[in-house]
Design a binder for this molecule. Structure first.
Ligand code: NCD
Length: 322
């Protein structure tokens, strides 16, 4: 049976831990400068055949991966591409604006056309929740689908990289207190993180104004919710700030950006009143949810998250193909 990565919700905790461990391993390799040519003890395929080539790192050699990003992306798209190339895959990255999608071709037709050219895996980002699952149900059994962010549903690889960096900084996440702050309603990052951090035993709190809190979030995710950031500032081991997703806000969810910043921004005063690590998936609205000093300060994991992105996506690509 083929492996897809569509949600964290459906991913067993053993698989999550395996992917986090494997990303630690790849991160070490990425720290070394120069080409990745050191032999590494990769697991064997189900047929028992060793995946690694002597002296090489190219476990996806001979496979083709297509990255289909129907929404804007810098970090996710680039890190998937780098991860795929580092593992030796042939990589196609389709830009919808200059493909036949711009002539009205459907997403499904596009993907079936690429599959006919023997694409072995699709990495898909789409602004509609459920599109990666929809495609995976219509593709042949041997083609993999990886969700790179679907609407307001899930962003599995972002949650994996966040957890990997949190684990590296805090150790075992069981009992650790993590606050996720801001535009939760529109955030697939918040949803995937809530599922994942709960599975690892962390204590998660969503912090948002009522207008940006998903309905019944507490019961759905088995977490706490509050609309007062200052209540969790002292007790949190880590605080994940989210971008206000202005492109998804058809109507006003808060009176003004200034008011939002005052209530939910990680301001210099709040930084002083907390010892928590700071995360943000990016892109960042500087001066709204996070100040520049906090982004590049010593408690920030923001650039580590980016670096970890490549390692996590290498681990994920290896896992789906193995
Ligand atoms: C996030 C996304 O696209 O869901 N960004 C990312 O992948 N790093 C968060 C966001 O857009 O705010």
């Amino acid at each position: 049976m083929r492996k897809d990565l569509l949600t964290i919700e459906a991913l067993p905790v053993e698989t999550i831990l395996q992917l986090l461990d494997r990303s630690d391993y790849y991160l070490e390799f990425l720290k070394a400068s120069g080409p990745l040519t050191t032999p590494c003890p990769l697991p064997s395929t189900s047929s028992g055949q060793a995946l690694e080539k002597e002296g090489e790192f190219k476990i996806l050699k001979g496979y083709t991966v297509a990255n289909l990003f129907f929404e804007a992306s810098t970090r996710t798209r680039t890190s998937f591409e780098l991860a795929e190339r580092r593992l030796g895959a042939d990589v196609i990255s389709l830009t919808p604006a200059v493909s036949s999608l711009a002539k009205g071709e459907s997403v499904l037709d596009t993907i079936l056309v690429l599959e006919a050219m023997k694409v072995d895996a699709f990495v898909v980002r789409h602004n509609v929740s459920g599109v990666p699952k929809f495609l995976s149900e219509r593709l042949p059994d041997f083609v993999h689908v990886i969700n790179a962010g679907d609407g307001v549903h899930e962003h599995p690889t972002q949650a994996l990289l966040d957890a990997a960096e949190l684990r590296a900084a805090l150790g075992n996440l069981s009992g650790k207190r993590i606050a996720i702050v801001g535009d939760i309603l529109h955030s697939r990052v918040a949803r995937s993180n809530a599922w994942l951090l709960k599975k690892l035993g962390a204590h998660v709190t969503f912090v948002a104004p009522d207008t940006l809190m998903p309905r019944n979030a507490g019961e759905v995710f088995g977490i706490e919710t509050t609309n007062n950031l200052d209540d969790v500032l002292h007790s949190s081991d880590a605080i994940m700030m989210l971008r206000i997703q202005l492109e998804r806000q058809a109507r006003g969810f808060f009176p003004s950006v200034e008011e939002y910043r005052e209530q939910y921004g990680m301001t210099p005063e709040r930084m002083k009143n907390s010892t928590a690590l700071i995360l943000h998936p990016g892109p960042i609205n500087h001066g709204i949810e996070l100040e520049s000093e906090a982004v590049y300060g010593e408690r920030s994991l923001v650039l580590r998250q980016v670096k970890r992105g490549v390692a996590v996506r290498m681990a994920v690509m290896e896992w789906v193909f193995n």
